[in-house]
Unconditional design. Structure first.
Length: 331
């Protein structure tokens, strides 16, 4: 068994989206709480890639921001290398933890400061975490990072607007690597790029993972991308995890009805002729989710128990599934 680097237990994030106090009093409205993440559990082993997939609005990016510390959890805990991240109370302890993880954002056009030269963008984490002694050492480290991501050291003198989207994402990766992290949170890092550029960035990330021993939390809605990069996959729906399995098992024999319907959206390039059933209906309003299993209004296997009782995760052949139909053998 590989050593666990990140462990998430009962993680939740609730947002208060209520109107102002006076408006609620006049209109006699209660508070409205959006449960973006509603008590999820997963583990990521060192050197592996764990991916979260699901439709837009299911809470994937919120999980990423919770893990990296951009949001404070409403409940649950996050353990990194055996340490509860909430216990890092001092500034020094917090900085020591933050240096060990970094985030690659979705939009390479918005995540880079347009007024800074590329060399300064990449060098900022080195300066903040005091990983170099002087300017010469910083410049040498920046040049090495640019070469590592397939760019030239002279590109450090340019500004972000002088590069294409794929090149900007390479700069973002170089910036993420500059603090010498062990863990990268990748929030849909290829979704804003052309398909041909996506493959280049994904191959680069896999090479870096192998060379540097990196661990990834990969967020995406693109199932083809997820299959290419993942060791384990978690399928999210309306703030909860439906299924967790290895990439091979999930694609070869999905168990949860939502996972099956989601995989049916992938084009059948082999022309197998297998009957396919695309996902029907719309994602419910997360402020007012359905009772019981949140997927039951769209599920072909739903029964009365699904409509009234929230399913609890069960273990089945090495996978985790939260589904009454699977538990009862109706799948």
């Amino acid at each position: 068994m590989a050593e666990v680097l990140l462990r998430v237990h009962g993680l939740a994030k609730h947002f208060d989206v209520s109107k102002g106090w006076l408006t609620r009093v006049v209109e006699r409205q209660p508070r409205r709480i959006l449960k973006a993440v509603d008590g999820i559990n997963f583990e990521i082993a060192k050197g592996e890639t764990f991916s979260l997939v699901g439709e837009s609005g299911c809470g994937k990016s919120t999980v990423a921001k919770l893990v990296v510390g951009l949001h404070k959890p409403s409940g649950g805990r996050i353990e990194f290398d055996g340490n509860d991240t909430n216990d890092a109370v001092t500034r020094k302890d917090s900085a020591a933890l933050r240096r060990r993880w970094q985030m690659i954002f979705q939009d390479p056009y918005a995540s880079l400061n347009p007024r800074w030269r590329v060399r300064d963008i990449i060098a900022e984490p080195i300066r903040v975490f005091r990983l170099a002694r002087d300017k010469r050492e910083i410049d040498a480290r920046v040049a090495t990072l640019l070469t590592q991501v397939g760019m030239s050291p002279v590109d450090g003198e340019k500004y972000p607007h002088e590069f294409s989207g794929g090149q900007r994402q390479r700069i973002s990766i170089a910036r993420a690597l500059s603090s010498q992290p062990e863990f990268l949170i990748c929030d849909e890092p290829t979704s804003a790029l052309d398909v041909s550029v996506q493959s280049q960035i994904l191959n680069l990330m896999k090479d870096l993972q192998q060379d540097l021993g990196l661990t990834y939390l990969f967020i995406s809605h693109n199932l083809a991308v997820v299959y290419h990069v993942s060791d384990h996959i978690g399928v999210m729906y309306l703030g909860r995890l439906c299924e967790i399995a290895t990439a091979k098992d999930l694609f070869d024999s999905p168990r949860h009805p939502y996972t099956r319907l989601l995989l049916d959206t992938i084009p059948d390039l082999d022309m197998s002729g297998r009957a396919r059933e695309p996902v029907q209906g719309e994602v419910p309003n997360p402020i007012d989710p359905p009772s019981g299993c949140a997927f039951h209004p769209r599920c072909p296997l739903a029964n009365d128990r699904c409509r009234s009782e929230t399913p609890k995760p069960i273990s089945a052949n090495g996978a985790m599934i939260a589904c009454h139909a699977v538990e009862e053998g109706r799948d």
